[in-house]
Design a binder for this molecule. Structure first.
Ligand code: NAX
Length: 353
């Protein structure tokens, strides 16, 4: 039996966690032979609700769960954690400007970054789900100067999965037959869902199988605004699909993506001309517990304009919280120049160009 690993989940009494925690406990994230200790964080007002969730976890009698602890303080919650799923965030309330939302979350993620820096396992992998995810991730990482910025990611896997699922439905094929879909940029309506590198069953270019007008005028805005579409129909924001995506992201990051391309919001090292130092979603391959940004994909003029637009939004968000960001460290400079290693041998770029 393997040693248990410690997994922190924040916002653990919320909607996404209500699905995510049970999947982790069932072994869907790290495998059926990996015991886990769940360290759950909530705000003080939600501790009773969290206790109820913990009771339900207990009632499932999951053999892989070797412990559950409940916290209202990140410095206690993050002690020794190997994985941190940061789901909890401050939602936008009435009358709140975008800059207020960024600042309110900056406070939360600055504290959580300091806590990870001080008490987490030195190899911790932290995934930010709570919105605005990319900029929250930047704040988190900058407040954890002893950890590498490559240990932090913002979640764009839900957008990636949506892009794959909706394309599969359009073409009448299985989502598993599609490879190479990717999301560039921010987890927001400026993101760029890119089909130009996607293939069907390894030999047909997906972009050739769809009408250009449909791709640009229906598909792209639909992926960009899918969250709002779900709210319109369901009355609540995406929860089960977000839980599944966060689990997919962490599983692939930890165990490898088996040669498949995934979308991850990672620290930009300047690849594709994207400004360094922001968390931008790139196509990546995961292996050996790390990720590599895929290099040398051909980006047409349309794609370049889309990528610039979402980059500009991230730079604006960064500017709005700049006064709250600690100075960059030598480690973060190094990560910005080394997070994508072009010598990757296990990925052949020409397969999908
Ligand atoms: P809920 O409002 O159901 O749950 C959030 C929970 O976080 C609440 O229980 C709240 O008490 C807790 N919380 C707030 N501040 C906290 C703090 N400082 N420490 C610990 N817990 C805290 O939201 P839910 O539907 O679960 O969504 C969670 C977050 O995911 C939201 O920010 C949401 O916008 C974001 N999403 C991100 C997605 C992505 O693709 N990156 C997609 C899904 C989702 O919209």
């Amino acid at each position: 039996m393997k040693q248990p690993v410690r997994i922190a989940v924040t916002g653990a009494a919320g909607n996404i966690s209500y699905s995510l925690l049970f999947k982790i406990a069932a072994g869907e994230m790290l495998g059926p032979d990996q015991p886990v200790i769940l360290q759950l964080l909530e705000v003080p007002q939600a501790m009773d609700k969290l206790r109820g969730v913990a009771m339900e976890l207990e009632d499932c009698a999951f053999p892989l769960v070797h412990g559950i602890s409940l916290h209202d303080n990140p410095f206690d919650c993050f002690k020794g954690v190997h994985y941190a799923m940061l789901v909890g965030a401050r939602p936008r309330s009435k009358g709140m400007e975008r800059s207020d939302l960024l600042e309110a979350n900056a406070v939360i993620f600055a504290e959580q970054g300091k806590a990870l820096n001080d008490v987490a396992n030195r190899d911790v992998k932290a995934l930010v789900v709570g919105n605005p995810a990319n900029t929250n991730c930047l704040i988190l990482s900058r407040n954890a100067p002893d950890l590498s910025p490559t240990q932090f990611c913002a979640m764009t896997r839900l957008d990636h999965n949506r892009a794959q699922g909706i394309l599969a439905n359009k073409l009448g094929i299985n989502p598993g037959d599609i490879e190479g879909v990717c999301i560039w940029g921010n987890h927001s309506p400026t993101m760029y869902p890119d089909l130009h590198h996607a293939q069907i069953l390894g030999d047909e270019a997906a972009i050739d199988m769809v009408d250009e007008q449909w791709y640009k005028e229906e598909y792209t805005p639909r992926i960009q605004k899918r969250g709002a579409e779900i709210i319109e129909w369901r009355g609540f924001s995406s929860a089960a699909s977000a839980a599944q995506a966060s689990l997919d992201h962490m599983r692939d990051w930890a165990l490898g993506s088996d040669g498949r391309i995934v979308s991850m919001g990672v620290i930009s090292d300047g690849s594709y001309g994207v400004a360094k130092g922001i968390y931008y979603s790139f196509p990546a391959i995961c292996d050996f517990g790390g990720y590599q940004i895929i290099q040398n994909l051909y980006i047409n003029d349309y794609g370049q304009a889309m990528m610039k637009k979402t980059e500009a939004e991230l730079l604006e968000e960064k500017a709005a919280v700049e006064h709250l960001l600690p100075k960059e460290t030598a480690a973060s400079h190094e990560a910005q120049s080394t997070s994508s290693r072009t010598e990757a041998t296990y990925y052949q770029a020409d397969r999908i160009c």
